[in-house]
Ligand binder design. Structure first.
Ligand SMILES: Nc1nc2c(ncn2[C@@H]2O[C@H](COP(=O)(O)OP(=O)(O)O)[C@@H](O)[C@H]2O)c(=O)[nH]1
Ligand SMILES: [Mg+2]
Length: 159
């Protein structure tokens, strides 16, 4: 099972993947679509430059869950209204950097609601707040996914 993270540049996607994987946090500019374990990391420019949306759509075909990532300290939002409906998969909203003094989580949630998200996670990769909760839900999604797809492994699948 894979989750793809999509969001503007510096929204905190790459750092979040490091936090979720319990790795040391270090800045690493995402230059292309990158597959990291259960995660697909994407460059923010792919959201901010419309011509690249096709690459996100193609990469999303490899994912089972779409994470739309919004920086809670960013007054701008790069998602169009109803973005979630582009994807035929569950879409969750991830609100990042809630540790920041200028964090406005409710504004970020509002942006993600307009984008079509109905499930929200509030996280700080720096303090770790919300990370365990998101990890727990991701594990539950993996279990659910494995259950739903177990028929693929059944003996009679190829009959
Ligand atoms: N305060 C704070 N800064 C963060 C957090 N997550 C990421 N950042 C910083 O935001 C910047 C962009 O992060 P990055 O993960 O590269 O964003 P990406 O472009 O979405 O992959 C970096 O300087 C990070 O150190 C967070 O939870 N809290
Ligand atoms: Mg990145």
């Amino acid at each position: 099972m894979k989750i793809i993270l999509i969001g503007a540049s510096a929204a905190g996607k790459t750092t979040l993947i490091q936090a979720l994987r319990n790795e040391e946090l270090k800045y690493d500019k995402t230059q292309a679509v990158e597959y990291i374990g259960n995660f697909i990391d994407t460059p923010g420019e792919y959201v901010q430059q419309r011509g690249y949306w096709g690459s996100l759509t193609i990469a999303s075909h490899d994912a089972d869950v779409i994470g739309l990532v919004q920086d809670s300290s960013d007054d701008n939002c790069w998602f169009s209204g109803g973005t979630a409906s582009k994807f035929s998969k569950p879409v969750v909203g991830i609100i990042t950097k809630i540790d920041k003094e200028d964090s406005k989580p409710e504004q970020a949630k509002g942006y993600l609601e307009l984008a079509g998200c109905t499930t929200f996670y509030y996280v700080s990769s720096f303090t770790g707040e919300g990370i365990d909760h998101l990890v727990k839900d991701l594990h539950a999604m993996v279990d659910n996914y494995n259950k739903q797809n177990s028929y693929r492994l059944a003996d009679d699948y190829f009959d």
